[in-house]
Design a protein around this ligand. Structure first.
Ligand code: ZN
Length: 257
């Protein structure tokens, strides 16, 4: 999303804006008058750098869509920003798990989840046992740790299931070896890189800024495939619940131990 959005909005000034009165979206108009200098990202947060040393922060939550050239008026639009080239950037969010913030650059105290998240998945500090050292102090289940964003940033339900299947680690385990953590890091990077190259995963809601679905759902090997044979060993993939999150595993490749 960052890569696709940047060429469409960088250099544009925000001339007018609106935010739904909910505290999650109401700050959207604070960006009026500023120019968008760059589009960055931390974990699942988009950080649009403004020319007045502030950032417009957008999190899509579960059902959020950030798109240009919106069509007709839509009751699920929670915020919009009119740009000086006549386009309108619009946040549509049916379930309202997303949020918007306009803050001084780097001042993320009002966004605790953003402030507390771990390094980016490609950060070299995760190599050479770095991810293992970040996972080791916690006794939480490995998948729950990943979804917390604390060991590293940006891994959601789909990518966690895929990477754990590829690394052959059961998602409900409470500890992993250093070698397993290294394998998991390799697979996390691989599934995220594939997802980015495919323009995201669209199961229902996700859309690119052009309003198009992503293509990564076609390449998923484990997530959402319960009842189908494992692509590695042929065992039927099984759906289970790990700390309230639906999860798909191969009972053979991912032993519980
Ligand atoms: Zn298997």
């Amino acid at each position: 999303m960052r890569r696709q959005l940047a060429p469409l909005v960088v250099g544009r000034a925000i001339t007018e804006a609106w935010g739904h009165p909910s505290p999650k979206f109401a700050s959207a108009p604070a960006a009026v008058g500023a120019r968008i200098d760059d589009v960055g990202r931390r974990g699942k947060y988009l950080l649009l750098g403004l020319d007045d040393d502030r950032e417009l922060i957008v999190h899509l939550g579960m059902t959020g869509q950030l798109r240009l050239r919106p069509g007709a008026l839509d009751p699920h639009v929670r915020a919009w920003w009119a740009l000086d080239d006549g386009e309108v950037l619009e946040l549509r969010d049916v379930r309202r798990f997303g949020r918007v913030g306009v803050v001084a650059t780097g001042d993320h105290g009002s966004l605790p989840t953003l402030a507390a998240q771990g390094p980016e998945p490609w950060d070299p500090s995760l190599d050479d046992g770095g991810l293992w050292r970040r996972l080791r102090p916690s006794r939480a289940r490995i998948k729950t740790q990943l979804l917390s964003q604390r060991p590293l940033a940006g891994v959601g339900n789909i990518y966690a299931d895929e990477a754990l299947w590829l690394a052959q680690i059961h998602p409900a385990r409470r500890s992993v070896t250093r070698a397993e953590a290294a394998r998991l890091l390799t697979e996390l990077r691989a599934v995220l890189e594939q997802g980015i190259a495919n323009g995201g995963t669209t199961l229902r809601d996700y859309r690119t800024p052009d309003g198009e679905p992503g293509r990564n759902q076609l390449d998923l090997q484990c997530y959402g495939r319960a009842g189908e044979p494992c692509a590695r060993c042929g065992t039927e993939l099984r759906r289970l619940v790990v700390d309230a999150r639906g999860t798909t595993v191969c009972p053979t490749c991912q032993p519980r131990r």
